[in-house]
Ligand binder design. Structure first.
Ligand SMILES: Cc1cc2nc3c(=O)[nH]c(=O)nc-3n(C[C@H](O)[C@H](O)[C@H](O)COP(=O)(O)O)c2cc1C
Ligand code: SF4
Length: 554
């Protein structure tokens, strides 16, 4: 993020004053649109220049589409695409009198916007009407009749031979109690390093190494940031953790703070998950009452507190530098690294940014030790267990705790029960839009970082979206590139322009020039600043490799 803007915020932003993003969100909530007066007020209250506030107001989805008295958001994520091929979007638009996505009816009664994704991938398609998310068969009809009902969430289950592990922690704060009573911060850090906890946010970076960088970096204060942005369409693991296991996340953050020397943590939640922020805030308040957060936790002399901040609709804000910009109320664009957040993060100070699930693994390591943690995935080079989630095409969709190294076929057939209505798996997308597409012929690949990477795919965050034999692969390529182009932060031109051009090639009626496409994919891979532009070619490359006849290539 811009160092100048961070400096301006530092000098002019009064403690406790709202950020520009908060003022603008508030204006949108109250009036359904943002005016120049709102921007001036946001600049005045946040201390940012008006031009910077303008940049914020034109970036986030929640600030862009005008809102009517009734605001309907239709999910266009990959799981919803896999369920209906976007037929639910067309049906909803038609039912609302031909309203376009991003449009408000002239009388102001209703508005329609696109959202990616609502995290109800187990029950697609999903539609949000006000603050109610409804999903599943008949959802369009219920929205049109004004009779929505909150979609149910299946409880997460463990299929580990020894029963739930990660999912068994988080109720009694034993990891934090044990660490504060029996370990120095250095010993805790050594235990997390020895346990080889790999980041669950996508890249699999070792948490212990990241914490050590932050611990060693100079800074008058340090922070822990939980990345709860979970923008991968098809993934709802962090949502389940934040909403049903909020204590586990808070405990993991406090442990990270103890090891690193940080006294404050922030969770960035998604506005697409309206239940996450209230669930976490209630858990923080309860943790204070029970003495697990505050000035002197369990009389250890260690103090830690947690603040929950909600984003405003942006996939790319999941990237760590963009996430930190969003937390400070700025436009959520990516910054070049180094410096890494562990050296220069929130407010220019050393900051650990970890995925929600990564932090939820830490209490287990603190209470059970490195050897017990490694034993959860016997035979796999990766320690610990992994949460995976399945989309609505499966007979038993939901979130499951599994062992690394389990063959993908076993996950799909034994755990998730195969596809509904006797359908065949044509392909899977694992780990979100930056991961390749796994064809049915490679289902025996072990579910692990290196094994999936070896076949051009990615474990990523662990969301599994199945496409059945009815999926049109050219439409899938168009869908993925539409998402990629729409969510580019615009900072670097290979991604900003390249993803649009690639999308146009597939969205038109003409045959795609394969040579031109491959050159464009190479430019994206080599020229993009972050993994958004750099890895969006991965699923397209898989489709070229496994389904070339179905893409309409010249
Ligand atoms: C475009 C893009 C989107 C990302 N989205 C997420 C996300 O939603 N959640 C997440 O934890 N990490 C996301 N990441 C990865 C983060 O930048 C960062 O590596 C991660 O939060 C670090 O946590 P970990 O080390 O615990 O995995 C994203 C990265 C990119 C390039
Ligand atoms: S690759 Fe895309 S998302 Fe990443 S910095 Fe460049 S424009 Fe932004």
């Amino acid at each position: 993020m811009s160092r100048n803007l961070v400096e301006i915020i530092r000098r002019h932003h009064a403690v406790g004053a709202p950020t520009a993003l908060e003022v603008l969100k508030d204006a949108m909530q109250q009036r359904g649109e943002i005016t120049d007066d709102d921007r001036r007020l946001a600049a005045e209250r946040s201390g940012l220049p008006e031009a910077a506030v303008h940049g914020v107001s034109t970036f986030y989805d929640d600030l862009l589409a005008p809102r009517g008295a009734r605001h309907v958001r239709v999910c266009t994520g990959t799981a919803c695409f896999a369920a209906t091929g976007d037929a639910h979007v067309d049906a909803l638009r038609e039912g609302l009198g031909g309203l376009q996505l991003g449009e408000r009816r002239q009388d102001g009664a209703v508005s329609l916007a696109e959202t990616v994704c609502l995290g109800f991938c187990h029950a697609s398609p999903a539609i949000r009407d006000g603050d109610i998310v409804d999903a599943g068969p008949g959802v369009v009809e219920r929205v049109l009749a004004g009779a929505t009902r909150p979609a149910a969430e299946p409880p997460p289950r463990s299929v580990l031979p020894g029963g739930p592990q990660l999912l068994a922690t988080g109720r009694d704060w034993q990891g934090l109690r044990r660490a504060l009573a029996e370990m120095t911060p250095e010993q805790l850090l050594a235990q997390v390093t020895e346990a080889e906890v790999r980041g669950r946010g996508g890249a699999g970076f070792p948490a212990g190494a990241k914490w050590a960088f932050a611990r060693d970096a100079p800074g008058e204060r340090k922070f822990i940031v939980a990345n709860g942005d979970e923008g991968d369409p098809g993934s709802y693991i962090d949502k389940v953790l934040m909403e049903a296991w909020p204590n586990l996340l808070i405990e993991g953050m406090a442990l990270a703070g103890y090891a690193v020397g940080a006294d404050h943590g922030f969770v960035l939640t998604r506005s697409e998950y309206p239940r996450s922020k209230p669930a976490l805030e209630a858990a923080v308040a309860q943790a204070h009452r029970d003495g697990h957060l505050g000035a002197d936790i369990h009389a250890s002399g260690f103090g830690f507190d947690v603040t929950i901040v909600e984003g405003a609709g942006s996939y790319v804000v999941g990237e760590e530098t963009a996430l930190l910009a969003c937390l400070q109320g700025l436009r959520g664009t990516v910054s070049a690294r180094p410096p890494f957040p562990a050296q220069r993060g929130l407010h220019g100070l050393p900051t650990v940014v970890n995925n929600v699930e990564t932090l939820c693994n830490v209490p287990l390591v603190a209470r059970a030790g490195a050897a017990a943690y490694a034993a959860l995935s016997p035979g796999s080079p990766t320690a610990g267990s992994k949460l995976v989630c399945f989309n609505e095409r499966f007979a038993r969709p939901g979130v499951y705790e599994v062992a690394f190294g389990t063959p993908v076929r076993e996950l799909c057939e034994d755990v998730a029960g195969g596809l509904i209505d006797g359908r065949e798996i044509k392909a899977l997308q694992i780990g979100g839009p930056l991961g390749g597409i796994l064809p049915a012929s490679q289902l025996d690949t072990p579910f692990d970082f290196d094994d999936l990477a070896a076949v051009g795919c990615m474990l990523g965050h662990g969301g599994i979206v199945a496409f059945d034999e009815t999926t049109d692969m050219r439409a899938l390529a168009t869908h993925l590139l539409h998402f990629g182009a729409a969510e580019s932060c615009g900072k670097c031109f290979p991604c900003r322009i390249g993803l649009r051009r690639a999308h146009e090639m597939f969205a038109s009626d003409v045959l795609v020039d394969r040579e031109r496409l491959e050159a464009l994919l190479e430019t994206l891979e080599l020229g993009s600043l972050c993994a958004h532009g750099g890895a969006m070619p991965a699923p397209i490359r898989s489709l070229l490799a496994h389904f070339p006849q179905q893409l309409g290539l010249a």
